[in-house]
Design a protein around this ligand. Structure first.
Ligand SMILES: Nc1ncnc2c1ncn2[C@@H]1O[C@H](COP(=O)(O)OP(=O)(O)OP(=O)(O)O)[C@@H](O)[C@H]1O
Ligand SMILES: [Mg+2]
Length: 248
């Protein structure tokens, strides 16, 4: 068994008295890809935001390699260096070209040399098919290209794991595939990830394990072949039926 990288123990989170995550416990092993799915409002984004400290937890704890990372306000910047996150909306700095966006974090936060980071950034841009975009401004890129840059930017921080929250949700259909292919490539490379997505075929292809969240509870978790073809709970079955996901 691979080493446990992230451990969430009995996590509770509420907003204005409304319980959004109820006693969620989940471990993610080194190199594992966990896909979190569930209906809108079930707490998926909140769970990811608690993991990297964008939301404070009410109770329970989150450990990274056995080290407590929840409730550590002073060390938040360190947590965010160790856990990369990419969201649905592209958050590149609009006034800086792609390379400048990529160099910023590793130089400022990790103290790396410009040359070292630029070389690595160029290799990553080739890998995601954007070798000719190093000096483009974000406004000149398509949504799919911007998301690939955002993935490269996260990877250049050498995070211990990546959190991806519906990173293709705002994209035109023809751009979804190119972004998901980059994520599949990272998964094959052994990058540990927690991924929230509504792309069920991608979820089945990329996941080592699927976690089905509903109403702030983990209702079911299983390997993808089991979850998508023989879910155990009626709630998971109903959820899958709302997608036009053909059982085969
Ligand atoms: N900052 C906040 N203040 C108040 N309520 C919030 C806040 N953030 C989330 N919520 C509520 O918590 C619940 C879970 O929200 P969350 O964004 O985690 O859902 P989700 O599963 O990511 O949904 P979606 O699939 O639509 O993105 C929702 O009812 C939402 O309204
Ligand atoms: Mg969400």
């Amino acid at each position: 068994m691979a080493e446990t990288l992230l451990e969430i123990r009995n996590l509770h989170k509420s907003f204005e008295g409304v319980s959004v995550l109820k006693d969620v416990s989940l471990s993610i092993a080194q190199g594992e890809v966990v896909v979190i799915i569930g209906p809108s409002g079930c707490g998926k984004s909140t769970l990811l935001r608690c993991i990297n400290g964008l939301e404070a937890v009410d109770s329970g704890e989150i450990l990274l390699r056995g080290e407590r990372i929840s409730g550590q306000k002073k060390a938040l910047h360190l947590v965010r260096q160790r856990i990369g996150m990419v969201f649905q909306s592209y958050d590149l700095f609009p006034h800086m070209d792609v390379m400048a966006n990529l160099l910023l974090g590793p130089i400022k936060a990790l103290g790396k040399s410009r040359r070292e980071v630029a070389e690595e950034a160029e290799r990553f841009l080739v890998r995601v098919g954007l070798q000719d975009k190093a000096h483009a401004m974000p406004g000149q890129l398509s949504g799919g290209q911007k998301q690939r840059v955002a993935l490269v930017r996260a990877m250049l921080m050498h995070p211990e794991m990546l959190l991806l929250d519906e990173i293709t949700a705002a994209l035109d259909p023809e751009m979804v595939r190119e972004v998901l292919n980059v994520v599949l490539d990272l998964a094959r490379d052994g990058v540990t990830m927690a991924i929230v997505t509504h792309e069920m075929r991608f979820a089945e292809a990329v996941a080592d394990r699927v976690v089905f969240l509903e109403g702030g509870d983990i209702v079911e978790q299983a390997p993808p072949e089991k979850f998508f073809h023989q879910p155990e709970t009626e709630r998971a079955q109903q959820f899958l039926d709302t997608f036009d996901y053909k059982k085969s």
